[in-house]
Write a protein that binds this ligand. Structure first.
Ligand SMILES: C[S@@+](CC[C@H](N)C(=O)[O-])C[C@H]1O[C@@H](n2cnc3c(N)ncnc32)[C@H](O)[C@@H]1O
Length: 154
């Protein structure tokens, strides 16, 4: 089952239609499932939740999962210090320029995201996954500022 809270996101689901897949416009924070979840995938989504909603969501997700179940979670992250954040932000824009984005597109994207995200540092993400209950937490992909973790319930 796939969910996204924004109705406009539905257009992206058409290419993934399968009998075994179901997509719904839903708020993940209120999601309940009949069966225990064996694999949950959260791609750059929790970063858009309000700070006070993130831990309750992770804890509820953990409670809804089967023993041995896994969460793959990708999140945009903050650097571990203010000066590193400052030092790494422009190389990130440079990488976008090298990948064909124009300066205006980069600035417009930043403007559209202003005030929308509540990012954690990587260490905080790891710590919060553990405190939600996940016994094993391993980074499986990424480079600053995007990282993906595998978190396993045991
Ligand atoms: C960067 S996009 C990632 C979309 C998708 N997961 C992907 O990988 O292509 C972030 C998405 O999170 C969705 N989102 C934010 N808060 C949500 C919530 N509480 N429940 C469900 N979706 C949410 C937004 O609507 C947005 O489409």
């Amino acid at each position: 089952m796939g969910v996204d809270v924004e109705r406009q996101f539905q257009q992206h689901w058409r290419q993934y239609q399968r009998d075994s897949l179901r997509f719904e416009v839903r708020d993940a924070r209120g999601l309940t499932t009949e069966k225990a979840i064996s694999l949950a995938i959260s791609i750059f989504t929790i970063q858009f939740m309000k700070p006070g909603d993130k831990m309750p969501f992770l804890k509820r997700l953990y409670e809804s999962m089967a023993d041995g179940g896994a969460l793959l979670i990708a999140e945009k992250s903050l650097a571990s210090s203010a000066w590193l954040q400052d030092a790494l932000t422009f190389p990130y824009y440079d990488a976008k320029l090298r990948n064909g984005f124009r300066s205006k597109q980069i600035l417009d994207k930043e403007r559209s995201l202003r005030g929308q995200m509540t990012l954690w540092e990587r260490a905080k993400l790891e710590e919060n996954l553990q405190s939600a209950g996940f016994a094993e937490v391993q980074c499986v992909w990424g480079h600053f500022p995007f990282f993906c973790y595998l978190a396993v319930k045991r």
